[in-house]
Design a protein around this ligand. Structure first.
Ligand SMILES: *Cc1c(COP(=O)(O)O)cnc(C)c1O
Length: 563
């Protein structure tokens, strides 16, 4: 395979298509959108991830709203092609054999980007090693570190075995992949016959590596105690070098990536600022995330764009012409997308939702900082708004991490509120949030609600999917919305100014949310429909045309890959 100038994109999760459960949420969806846009732009790229035979998990909610997890069942060989090459990684002094399965992403002009998914389920391996590529984010930190060996070290070895001798840049999508830097150092030692790492080695590896950090939340940055690292990884010369390897008796994957990358970025302008505060001695740029326009536009909007903005798939910027699409056409496409959602909600939950009622959507990981229950801070006020200003209904979805009981409690609390508000505001919580449901929700609601506790939302991409489909956001000013919100034009902010982490005040934010519903969202939706549709058009033309992975990839090419 030709590999001159290729970009190798390493990611622990990737959402290739709805039937392949190799992702958990935003990070994986972004990775999938990235490789799709790379293919559209005919970029030389290869993706590397793990097979995740059992996926993240299938979410069921019992009658009380408590989450139960089941492994996801899928047939690997229905979607992927096994490669003949095998490589070995040493984990805890044992050789672990790996094979690769290939998926090909085909761009709009026919260019192909292969994605290689590593698999340890081979008869040569021990029973336990065979499970290493089963569960995404499953198990304990020992399991996770072994998986990161497979991804980082195994990934580089597999690329070499597949003929990618000359990789121009290794892009680490989050710190999970940063053990690849150790393998790159080892390659230099082996080819030079030296035993110790020199400054030139470090510099040469740095010049090959790009690192994107994705979250200000501490739990999102992997740290492994050094005794575990010695046991799993063995001893590595890099461990003796403080300029690579810092930090209080632990291996911090974020610092390893920061220290061995020439270019580092956060995923929105605000997140770049927050990351520069977190990692003050590093130069950290920002490239704002996006979504893949053709993957996330609902069918009725795809048809509409095909008619009015013919080249939108090749040139996402041209979506600015959405301003000239007649209002009644925008509304008709939206109603079709909305009917699909409401029918699904009613079929799945028997909520009896009505297509003519303003529908708020909220779908994200059920982590407490996302504050899924902010809307219910004052249920009496919400009831009064629905009774006096205009009816509303709310559709929820989202998984809690299997070990996050607080997150599971949040899902349960929304079920309880649903029961107390019955008859006043209808609420549904859909099971098993995934790409397919993500698309149904972001295209079928009228307004997309987002209430994270600032500054913890690095970017957020579901609001971008909504915007592309003419669904304005009502959101806290954090992540991408700091850049995307033009008040009353592309949507609405909750809380006027971006807040410091210390100012978090649920009562104040909830009051602002109720004010916006009462004074802006509901009256415009029910009484000034033309104005509402203008906001929908602006969401597409101003935000859909910009917050896409095509623009994002062009920034990576200019600022990160080909410096
Ligand atoms: C888009 C998407 C996400 C990411 O959305 P956020 O706004 O970052 O929460 C997560 N999960 C699924 C299934 C998605 O489709």
């Amino acid at each position: 395979m030709a590999s001159q100038g290729i970009i190798a994109y390493f990611t622990m999760e990737i959402a290739l298509k709805p039937a392949i459960p190799t992702y958990s949420g935003g990070l994986g969806v972004l990775a999938g959108d990235t490789v799709n846009s790379a293919a559209d732009l005919s970029m030389p790229m290869v993706g590397v991830s793990l097979l995740h035979r059992k996926g993240y998990f299938y979410q069921r909610l019992d009658a009380s709203g408590w989450q139960r997890e089941e492994p996801v069942a899928w047939r690997v060989d229905d979607y992927l092609h096994e490669q003949v090459e095998r490589v070995t990684v040493t984990i805890e002094d044992r050789p672990v054999q790996l094979r690769a399965w290939k998926f090909e992403v085909v761009g709009v002009g026919g260019h192909r980007v292969p994605v290689v998914l590593l698999d340890s389920d081979l008869p040569e391996n021990s029973e336990w090693d065979r499970t290493l590529t089963d569960h995404l984010y499953g198990g304990d930190s020992h399991y996770r570190l072994c998986q990161e060996m497979v991804l980082g070290v195994g990934g580089v070895r597999m690329l070499r075995a597949l003929g990618y001798g000359n990789v121009h840049r290794f892009h680490m999508n989050e710190g999970h992949a940063s053990l690849l830097t150790l393998e790159l150092l080892d390659e230099r030692l082996q080819s030079s016959g030296r035993a110790t790492i020199t400054d030139e080695d470090i510099q040469a590896v740095r010049e090959q590596c790009v690192f994107t950090t994705h979250t200000p939340v501490a739990a999102g940055h992997d740290r492994f105690p050094m005794d575990l690292v010695h046991r799993v990884v063995g001893h590595h010369g890099a461990f003796d070098l403080p300029e690579i390897f810092c930090c209080e008796g632990a291996l911090n994957m974020t610092y390893l990536a920061l220290n061995l990358s020439d270019y580092v970025n956060g995923v929105a302008k605000r997140h770049g600022e927050v990351s520069r505060q977190m990692f003050a001695s590093y130069h950290i740029d920002s490239i704002t995330n996006g979504v893949h326009a053709a993957r996330w536009a609902a069918t009725p909007f795809q048809r509409l764009f095909d008619r009015y903005v013919r080249e939108w798939r090749e040139d996402n910027f041209s979506l600015r012409y959405a301003l000239s699409i007649p209002r009644h056409e925008i509304w008709a496409a939206h109603q079709r997308a909305k009917r699909a959602l409401i029918q699904y909600v009613n079929r799945e939950t028997n909520a009896g939702m009505d297509v003519d009622i303003l529908t708020l959507g909220f779908a994200r990981r059920a982590a407490t900082y996302k504050r899924a229950d902010l809307l219910f801070h004052d249920p009496e006020r919400l009831k009064a708004i629905a009774a006096n200003v205009g009816p509303l209904q709310v559709v929820y979805a989202g998984k809690a991490h299997p070990q996050d009981n607080a997150g599971k409690g949040l899902i349960q609390r929304i079920h309880q509120v649903r029961d107390t508000l019955r008859g006043a505001v209808s609420i549904a919580y859909l099971e098993n949030y995934d790409m397919r449901l993500g698309k149904l929700l972001t295209t079928g609601c009228d307004v997309w609600l987002n209430t994270p506790q600032p500054p913890l939302e690095a970017s957020g991409t579901s609001g971008m999917k909504a915007a592309l489909n003419g669904v304005p956001s009502l959101s806290i000013l954090d992540g991408w919305w700091v850049e995307g919100c033009i008040e009353g034009i592309t949507g609405w902010s909750i809380g006027e100014h971006w807040q410091q982490a210390t100012d978090v005040d649920n009562a104040k934010d909830a009051a602002s949310l109720y004010d916006k519903l009462e004074r802006a969202v509901l009256p415009i939706f029910y009484d000034r429909r033309e104005q509402f549709i203008d906001i929908m058009r602006h969401a597409i033309a101003l935000n859909g045309s910009f917050f896409n992975t095509q623009r994002m990839m062009q920034e990576y090419v200019l600022n990160a890959y080909f410096l």
